[in-house]
Design a protein around this ligand. Structure first.
Ligand code: IPM
Ligand code: MG
Length: 362
């Protein structure tokens, strides 16, 4: 199979982790006889420095022309980087939001899985971590507060800022359908998270999710308020299968869920539209403080590449091989510094990549 992949190395540790993910993809392609074509585009700070804006029209066109996009991370230190002196719509993150919107990537899948090998890194009590957990956070990605009208004004000498949270029923329905579809392939439970005791947008969310649920009699639906969900994620994460939620709640809850797994450096993500096209990126950020030190954990990006093979190319066997390689390397005791524990062997970013390639190639 011929796979056309656009890569966005991005900022901070992005280029290092994408290099390792490409090495892993190349090893899989060699083993299974696929032909990979990569095109790199700039986004975020790298694009600001080179082109004066965080994402150019040309870069969007190149991303659209690909079968899938593999991304590292974007952004810098918000207190010290000159990128954050720019107006908000010219900053690195604006590039990512624009790309998501331009490609209509409304479904964001963020698995939070506790590897038993990494249980020691889980910050929860042992009686909770021993039960393990495997959660799929499904975050609506192109609506809500992050895309509503916003402005900052001065009224009668008082500074005032306004952000708007809007959802229409179609936006809710299409993500809900995806959520129920995924639940059918998992444990068959959807927890829809909202703030229906306060927000109109959440009350509509709840109604539409219930309408969609009627078409999925085999899936159990429960509703949970977002504040309670934040608490339940640390109290009893094993209760969750699919968490279905809107943009901002999903942003916050997915960071929380990833921390509960022990390392955000392990978690991939996929952002999908109605077609097979997707953008695949680690759930973590650009970690500018460790950029260039060859100590970043490439596994989240490697697992994002596996999700790409699975969701955009239907190459399940190839994706399984990558996921098994990750598990084997962990079982053999290799760790990057973020997941290091006593008795294990600490390796850097490129060495972790090489270990994965070796397991895939042998
Ligand atoms: C994420 C990030 C982004 C978001 C930022 C960088 C705009 O936090 O992917 O979770 O909020 O969506
Ligand atoms: Mg986030």
């Amino acid at each position: 199979m011929r796979l056309n992949i656009t890569c966005i190395p991005g900022d901070g540790i992005g280029p290092e982790i994408v290099t390792q993910a490409k090495a892993v993809l190349n090893a899989v392609a060699d083993r299974f006889g696929h032909e990979l074509h990569y095109t790199d585009i700039l986004m975020g700070g790298a694009s600001i420095d080179a082109c004066g804006e965080p994402l150019t029209d040309d870069a969007i066109a190149q991303a659209k022309a690909a079968d899938a996009v593999l991304m590292g991370s974007i952004g810098g230190n918000t207190s010290t980087s000159p990128w954050y002196q720019l107006p908000p719509d010219k900053r690195p993150e604006a590039g990512l939001l624009r790309l998501r919107k331009s490609l209509n990537l409304f479904t964001n899948l963020r698995p939070a899985f506790l590897y038993q090998e990494l249980r020691a890194a889980c910050p929860l009590k042992e009686e909770i971590s021993v039960a393990g957990f495997d959660i799929m956070i499904m975050r609506e990605l192109t609506g809500g507060l992050y895309f509503g009208e916003r402005k900052t004004v001065v009224e009668n000498g008082v500074r005032k800022a306004v952000d708007t949270l809007t959802y229409d029923e179609n936006e809710i329905r299409r993500i809900a359908v995806k959520g129920f579809d995924i639940a059918c392939k998992r444990k068959g439970k959807v927890t829809s998270v909202d703030k229906a005791n306060v927000l109109d947008s959440s009350r509509l969310w709840r109604k539409v999710v219930e309408e969609v649920a009627a078409d999925y009699p085999d899936v159990t639906l429960e509703h949970m308020l977002v504040d309670n969900c934040a608490m339940q994620l640390v109290k009893n994460p094993a209760q969750f299968d699919v968490i279905l939620t809107e943009n901002m709640f999903g942003d916050i809850l997915s960071d929380e869920a990833s921390m509960v797994t022990g390392s955000i450096g392990m978690l991939p993500s996929a952002s999908l539209n109605e077609t097979k096209f997707g953008l695949y990126e680690p759930s973590h950020g650009s970690a500018p403080d460790i950029a260039g030190l060859d100590i970043a954990n490439p596994i989240a990006t490697v697992l994002s590449a596996a999700m790409m093979l699975r969701y955009s190319f239907d190459l399940d066997r190839e994706a399984d091989v990558i996921e098994t390689a990750v598990q084997t390397v962990l079982r053999d005791g290799y760790r990057t510094v973020d997941i290091m524990s006593p008795g294990c062997t600490q390796v850097g970013c490129s060495e972790m990549g090489a270990l994965l390639v070796k397991r895939i190639s042998e």
